[in-house]
Design a binder for this molecule. Structure first.
Ligand code: ADP
Ligand code: MG
Length: 367
């Protein structure tokens, strides 16, 4: 390599309700990337999906959303030169060839395999899960099926297509009432950050909760509530032989861990380590690694559980293949508590991305 530093492009913002969360994650990751080893290229994605190469880092990261004001419109060349950014106006190389991408994007069009597919086509290394792991991890219905096949314990649930909900509301309400016991949680299948998530105690409450969730996806998941449980999360780091952090616990300031409680007020508490027995902690770490392998994740994930207070029975809730990465986020906090500091973590993730890319280059693509 002609350059002595590895060029890392941090992709953030994006076409998702979680755009603002991504901007906050990017601010802290960018500040933590060790500059002696890495050169940082910042690419903001606006809410309408345009990519802007930052003219300077601080102005691009200053606002709560990405706009074109602080950058040059670029695209990624997927045909010729690996990892080359092109100016959108001229179509010529913007003179920036990227060694590794950090898609710090949450939710649809970022954490769901779409951006990962683009990066695969460009044959460039990137942090986190590939197309399959990202797509399965994002889709709560598919993730549940894969977890089921791996014998991982989960709550009883049903999935309803929005089209069916719109055509047969009464029949859907009957079906949910017959199959599940209230209270239930209603969520869009492919979302995150608790957007569109609601709790329904009765059939009467179920209807508006379904309408709300239906705004965000074509599939709606309804699931029995985990009552009298702790919410316990584990961070995973690695590729083929991943490690699990100490488990941490969330004590939501609201009735459940909704968007407000996650990002807006500071009513929620993170308790590290989680208040569970060492045996349960070990079990959760094993289940988290099993969930990571089950969906074919890579690099990092945060795996979330419910643990019943009475007998410590464990239910797997979900896997997040690109978890929140703000300084107060659970993912880096749990590594901190397990002996890996924030900057070291970022460095390891970039290293894992390059290691994985090298592994994929070993695949035979001609007969
Ligand atoms: N079955 C459930 N029982 C109890 N609480 C739940 C359940 N499902 C979701 N929640 C609450 O809603 C929050 C968001 O739901 P989650 O499934 O994690 O979706 P998201 O992908 O939006 O984070 C959880 O952190 C938890 O507080
Ligand atoms: Mg969650």
């Amino acid at each position: 390599m002609e350059r002595d530093r590895i060029r890392v492009a941090v992709l953030f913002g994006g076409r998702s309700c979680e755009h603002e969360v991504s901007v906050i994650s990017a601010r802290s990751v960018v500040a933590a990337i060790p500059r002696d080893k890495y050169e940082v290229v910042l690419i903001g994605i606006s809410k309408d999906g345009r990519w802007y190469l930052a003219d300077d880092e601080s102005s691009m990261l200053a606002g709560s959303t990405v706009t074109g004001d602080a950058g040059t419109a670029v695209t990624l060349d997927c045909c010729d030169v690996h990892g080359m950014l092109c100016s959108r106006e001229s179509g010529h190389g913007a003179g920036r060839q990227v060694d590794v991408f950090f898609p710090l994007l949450h939710g649809p069009y970022g954490e769901d395999g779409t951006v990962q597919g683009l990066l695969e086509l460009a044959n460039v290394a990137y942090v986190g899960a590939g197309v399959t792991g990202s797509a399965v991890g994002m889709d709560k219905q598919l993730a549940r099926r894969v977890f089921q096949a791996a014998n991982l314990p989960q709550l009883k649930h049903v999935v309803i297509r929005r089209s069916r909900w719109e055509d047969q509301r009464a029949a859907v309400l009957d079906m949910v009432e017959n199959r599940l016991t209230f209270p239930v949680f209603v969520k869009p299948a492919c979302m995150g950050s608790s957007i569109g998530v609601g709790k329904a105690r009765t059939r009467l409450e179920l209807e508006p909760a379904m309408d709300d969730a239906a705004q965000y996806d074509v599939k709606i998941m309804v699931e029995e509530a985990a009552e009298n449980c702790r919410e316990v999360e584990v961070s995973i780091l690695g590729n083929e032989a991943p490690q699990a952090s100490v488990p941490g616990e969330i004590v939501p300031g609201h009735e459940f861990y909704d968007y407000q409680a996650k990002y807006v007020d500071d009513s929620s508490q993170l308790v590290v380590p989680a208040r569970i027995t060492p045996e349960t902690a070990t079990r959760i770490q094993k289940l988290a690694i099993a969930a990571f392998h089950a969906v074919d994740a890579a690099g990092l994930s945060r795996v979330d559980f419910f643990v019943r207070k009475t007998d410590e029975f464990v239910y797997l809730n979900e896997i997040n293949t690109m978890p929140g990465f703000t300084p107060i986020s659970m993912y880096p906090k749990l590594w901190q508590a397990s002996g890996i500091g924030y900057a070291d973590l970022v460095d390891r993730l970039i290293g894992l991305a390059m290691e994985r890319w090298r592994e994929t280059q070993r695949k035979r693509i001609v007969l």
